[in-house]
Design a protein. Structure first.
Length: 488
């Protein structure tokens, strides 16, 4: 669920500012004293407009220079916020989870994703219901058995959606693939029409839950509310059918997936988890796999298409794995462990274009940090940009350099695409396996040529190439033929 909280950045856009300005009912709260440097911006609007117009990276760098390199105050989403900066700020927030801070989502997000019965519950209660269990399921040792299935699905996806074409758009195809894979591994859903139906519902959610939270017919937010209900209804149907199979002992081929394991799991009191709680957890995993993982795959391939010398090193590493295996043999855990340069390359892509920009917390008790008072009830915010592109931690930060991750790698709390501490994204290892399996299959088949060299990156729920990252596919047998022709 940490991944979900990091989606909140796109909420800070102009429509939110207008919405907040138009609010006529404001909560009355006792004045809270703080000596934090910074600005609360305009009444009602706060600094939402500045954030939206400048972009997260420029916004935070300007205020760090103006106010403090440690922490500064602002007002976003109608909330008083303390923005923590740098590795020390990350460490403080990550290591003080549950002691000084707790999870926080805006009401708009909770209403789009959760059952109405859970909207008023503390986020900590909602996200912790399955957290330990999901962490266990997504540990490396538990994921090993999924590698061959990931490889098989990737091969099928490329054969059907890439190989027949000379040109493809990577982003929409990566979303299609990552969502289908999640449906298969989490719920054993393979029927293409069923997957497409669920994906359509999720598109409504992701297109609208970060828009202006006005629930009128025709608005994007109204679509997100409807999409959320459709997804929850569909998942409840799936859960009911699965429970029937379990009761009839017909679940033999399905009990390895996440859903079946959740259905037979009991809590510390010996009670089974409720269907709604299971649905909440599945929705969280599907939303994460639909957005952040597909973004990660997309931008890894972007850099492979842009930087020939990096591509060649990845290709050499991946071809050595191909040559060590029998024809048609699927990838194994041992193969994944050999992909060291490929993973360093992927991590450098995550440093430069992280799928998640940061996340929020709520202060549960007054505390002092760097000499400044942070009052109870305030929200905190950390952003990857205070370290990922900071020359203090990464010299020449705009340069793509996978060697940064060799040896002991970056200093602690400077590379944080998956967060950190108790709330570190439990899907980190799942994402690593998924992107490496995908990289392996793409680079051993094709060279990629970008069709729009200067394509812009825009930010919705995750960074998105404005035109979907269109590329020309050059199969290796063709690239060899072209090279031979040019040398004649």
């Amino acid at each position: 669920m940490e991944t979900l909280t990091t989606y909140l950045l796109p909420l800070l856009i102009l429509p939110i500012s207008i919405f907040l300005f138009l609010q006529i009912h404001q909560k009355t709260t006792k004045k809270q004293e703080t000596n934090l440097p910074g600005s609360s911006g305009w009444p009602f609007i706060g600094e939402n407009m500045d954030f939206a117009m400048l972009g997260a990276q420029t916004y935070v760098s300007q205020r760090m220079k103006k106010y403090s390199q440690d922490v500064f105050q602002t007002s976003l989403l109608g909330e008083k916020m303390a923005v923590f900066c740098g590795a020390h700020g990350h460490k403080f927030l990550f290591t003080n989870e549950t002691k000084l801070l707790t999870s926080w989502w805006p009401e708009s997000m909770k209403k789009a994703l959760l059952f109405p019965e859970f909207v008023n519950n503390p986020v900590k209660e909602v996200t912790s219901l399955q957290r330990n269990f999901i962490r266990d399921i997504l540990k490396p040792e538990a994921l090993k058995r999924y590698i061959s299935e990931m490889d098989c699905m990737t091969r099928s996806h490329l054969e059907n959606d890439w190989v027949p074409y000379r040109e493809v758009s990577i982003f929409p195809l990566s979303k299609k693939y990552t969502f289908a894979l999640a449906c298969k591994l989490f719920m054993s859903i393979e029927d293409e029409k069923h997957v497409e139906k669920l994906a359509d519902h999720f598109t409504l959610i992701t297109n609208g839950m970060f828009s202006m939270p006005i629930n009128f017919p025709g608005t994007a937010y109204n679509g997100a509310i409807k999409g959320g209900k459709l997804v929850r209804d569909e998942l409840m149907n799936i859960i009911v059918e699965r429970k029937k199979k379990i009761m009839k002992n017909e679940d033999i081929n399905l009990k390895g997936d996440l859903l079946s394991q959740m259905l037979v799991m009991k809590d510390e009191n010996g009670e089974f988890t409720t269907d709604m709680e299971i649905s909440n957890s599945i929705i969280g995993l599907l939303v994460a796999s639909y957005e952040t993982t597909s973004s990660m795959v997309t931008f890894v391939l972007k850099y492979l298409a842009e930087i020939p010398e990096v591509y060649e090193k990845v290709l050499k590493e991946q071809m050595s794995i191909v040559e060590s295996k029998a024809p048609g043999e699927l990838l194994s855990w041992e193969d994944i462990e050999k992909m060291k340069y490929s993973w360093n390359m992927a991590r450098e892509a995550l440093r430069l274009i992280p799928p998640a920009q940061g996340s929020f917390r709520e202060v549960i008790t007054d505390f002092t940090y760097a000499g400044y008072t942070i009052p109870k009830g305030w929200k905190t915010f950390w952003m990857v940009h205070t370290t990922h592109k900071n020359p203090k931690y990464f010299p020449d930060p705009e340069r793509f350099d996978p060697s940064r991750f060799e040896g002991s790698g970056p200093a602690p709390y400077t590379f944080v695409p998956f967060g950190g501490g108790p709330r570190m994204c439990p899907g980190k290892e799942y994402a690593r396996l998924e992107v490496l399996v995908f990289m392996h299959n793409v680079v051993t088949r094709f060279r990629l040529e970008k069709l729009m060299p200067n394509e812009k990156i825009i930010f919705h729920s995750s960074p998105t190439p404005s035109n979907g990252l269109p590329v020309r596919l050059i199969p290796h047998n063709e690239s060899v033929r072209l090279a031979n022709t040019l040398s004649m």
